[in-house]
Design a protein around this ligand. Structure first.
Ligand code: RB5
Length: 147
């Protein structure tokens, strides 16, 4: 799979471990940064990863910030993106199985690199269950509404 990766300064310490782990599973990773410990703005990286996923240049995205929440809010502004925060093995599975999430978001200030790697593995290996398609279609319909 092609995976787009992004993080802010909160994720920089665990970034290399995550990228190497994702590559070790046989995936190709595009690293959109950040590339230093300097304070930066998570929406910049969320946008790059979300665009890659929306344009189908990447199959899935991974976004890490302090909580995962800011990244998910920003990424979900891009049409076609379903970015979801996970915080344990069960939610890592459910965001794929029920929500057909195409971007996983996680919080580096609340989980270890090992935990997040495991959640990513579960997310990438879990298939969407078609019985939830009607709800995904309703989410897509919301995107079409003019505000
Ligand atoms: C940065 O301090 C922090 O706000 C960010 O990483 C993220 O947690 C936002 O949701």
């Amino acid at each position: 799979m092609k995976i787009a990766f992004g993080c802010d300064h909160a994720g920089i310490e665990i970034k290399d471990k995550i990228i190497n782990f994702v590559k070790s599973l046989g995936n190709e990773v595009t690293d959109y940064g950040t590339f230093s410990k300097d304070s930066c703005d998570y929406p910049d990286f969320a946008l790059k990863v979300a665009k890659d996923v929306a344009l189908k240049n990447a199959d899935k995205g991974i976004l890490i910030c302090g909580t995962g929440i800011g990244m998910s809010i920003a990424a979900n502004k891009v049409k076609g993106v379903r970015a979801a925060v996970c915080w344990n093995k069960e939610t890592a599975k459910l965001i794929a199985q029920h929500n057909n999430a195409n971007v996983l978001c996680a919080g580096a200030r609340f989980a270890s690199a090992d935990d997040i790697c495991l959640w990513i593995k579960i997310f990438l290996e879990t298939e969407f269950e078609q019985r939830h398609q009607k709800r995904i279609d309703k989410i897509t319909e919301i995107e079409r509404l003019k505000s």
